[in-house]
Write a protein that binds this ligand. Structure first.
Ligand code: PLP
Length: 394
């Protein structure tokens, strides 16, 4: 059976060239990068090189790159580390209502410790209005965190503008760039942010490794206490193969960014055009243009996203309803609800995320199957019968 992977926002396959560069650090170059001997120094050299490369690729200095176990840890560290450090200055944090669970849950945890959190609303395309940020700032605000691009609907936020507003009031700014890095150009210098999270497995690198960029002079509290790794800021034996893989994957993603952006976007655009033209009663969630090239998110009226997802899976097509990280829960997506989509339409939404390994044939196969599946499910749907004015004996 044909298999089509359209869930690149959940994770990407590891690039074989990246794996090739990682392999020696699992085998002959296995030393602990913190050991003084030559085995350790081989690892330390590779970590230094990776740090230097990653810094250069995002417009940072090597000393501003801190390796973590991924995007979730980087987000937790940014939010809780800054909150702990600045507690005496204030107890108010501002974020958006469509952040990834790593940010939302960190903020809710801080609420239990006496912090106040404002979750900024978004418009129907998923964008934060900078005027809402201006209004939300108080003299107790210590941190603003707004994601660069959303994982469910792909909407890209005006982060530079939001960051400027925070800085004018002397407030630190963090952005979760997990979905953006490797897909669109990202430079911490251009954005002006103080902290930025990103993760290797979203750009064809390995799982379990990420970065928190911390601008020089910004000093969050330690999050993982332990050994002296990461200039004493993050304890734990360094994941040398992971770090090497992250640098190799980012280097390749940035080198081919334009080409991949245009290719992936052309597949996504073909998919969106065909779905809009060939399947009635659909809503294209997210922003038309300020959007990640890989993302398409549709609400299919009258039917459940989970049923579409399962039928697509039986046809060999992998995509997701809500974000992969929260799937398994049947709660409607907080992102779609925040855009004003009614609960029943949020339940009927599916995310398709394309990658550089997909083809035009994959797109056409998916649309053909999707048409069949949506038609079949609608025929069985009492809601659709009601809509058509028919009665259905169920
Ligand atoms: N932030 C966003 C926007 C994400 O999409 C994800 C993962 O899907 C994360 C954070 C978590 O990253 P990781 O899987 O590396 O922990």
């Amino acid at each position: 059976m044909k298999r089509v992977y359209l869930d690149h926002s959940a994770t990407t396959p590891l690039d074989p060239e990246v794996l090739e560069k990682m392999l020696p650090y699992f085998t002959e170059k296995f030393g602990n990068a913190n050991s003084m001997h030559s085995f350790g120094q081989e690892g330390a050299y590779a970590v230094d090189e990776a740090r230097r490369k990653i810094a250069e690729l995002i417009g940072a200095k090597p000393t501003e790159i801190y390796f973590t176990s991924g995007g979730t840890e980087a987000d937790n560290w940014a939010i809780k580390g800054m909150a702990a450090k600045l507690r005496k200055k204030g107890n108010h944090i501002i974020t958006s209502s469509i952040e990834h669970a790593a940010i939302i849950a960190s903020c809710h945890q801080l609420e239990e410790f006496g912090f106040d959190v404002t979750f900024l609303p978004v418009d129907k395309t998923g964008k934060v209005n900078p005027a809402d940020l201006v209004k939300a700032i108080t003299d107790k605000t210590i941190l603003v965190s707004v994601m660069l691009a959303n994982n469910e609907i792909g909407t890209i936020q005006p982060v530079k503008e939001l960051c400027d507003i925070a800085h004018k009031k002397g407030i630190y700014f963090h952005t979760d760039a997990v979905q953006a890095v490797g897909s669109i150009p990202v430079s911490v210098k251009d954005l002006g942010v103080d902290l930025m999270s990103f993760s290797a497995h979203k750009f064809y690198g390995p799982k379990g490794v990420g970065v928190l960029y911390i601008k020089g002079g910004t000093k969050p509290d330690k999050f993982m206490t332990g050994g002296h790794q990461e200039r004493t800021m993050r304890g734990g034996t360094t994941n040398v193969p992971g770090v090497v893989g992250m640098a190799a994957a980012l280097e390749k993603a940035v080198k081919h960014l334009d080409e991949n952006y245009n290719y992936v976007k052309s597949l996504r655009d073909r998919f969106v055009k065909r779905v809009k033209e060939e399947i009635p009663y659909v809503i294209y969630n997210g922003h038309e243009t300020d959007r990640l090239p890989q993302n398409a998110n549709f609400a299919f009226d009258f039917i459940e996203g989970e049923s579409i997802l399962m039928s697509l899976d039986l046809a060999g097509i992998a995509c997701s309803s809500g974000s992969a990280c929260s799937s398994g829960s049947l709660e409607p997506s907080h992102v779609l609800l925040a855009t004003g989509l009614p609960v029943e339409k949020a339940h009927g939404s599916i995310r398709f995320s394309f990658g550089r390994d997909n083809t035009v044939e994959d797109v056409d196969y998916t649309v053909d199957k999707l048409k069949e599946i949506v038609n079949k499910l609608r025929e069985m749907s009492p809601l659709f019968c009601e809509f058509k004015g028919e009665t259905k004996n169920v």
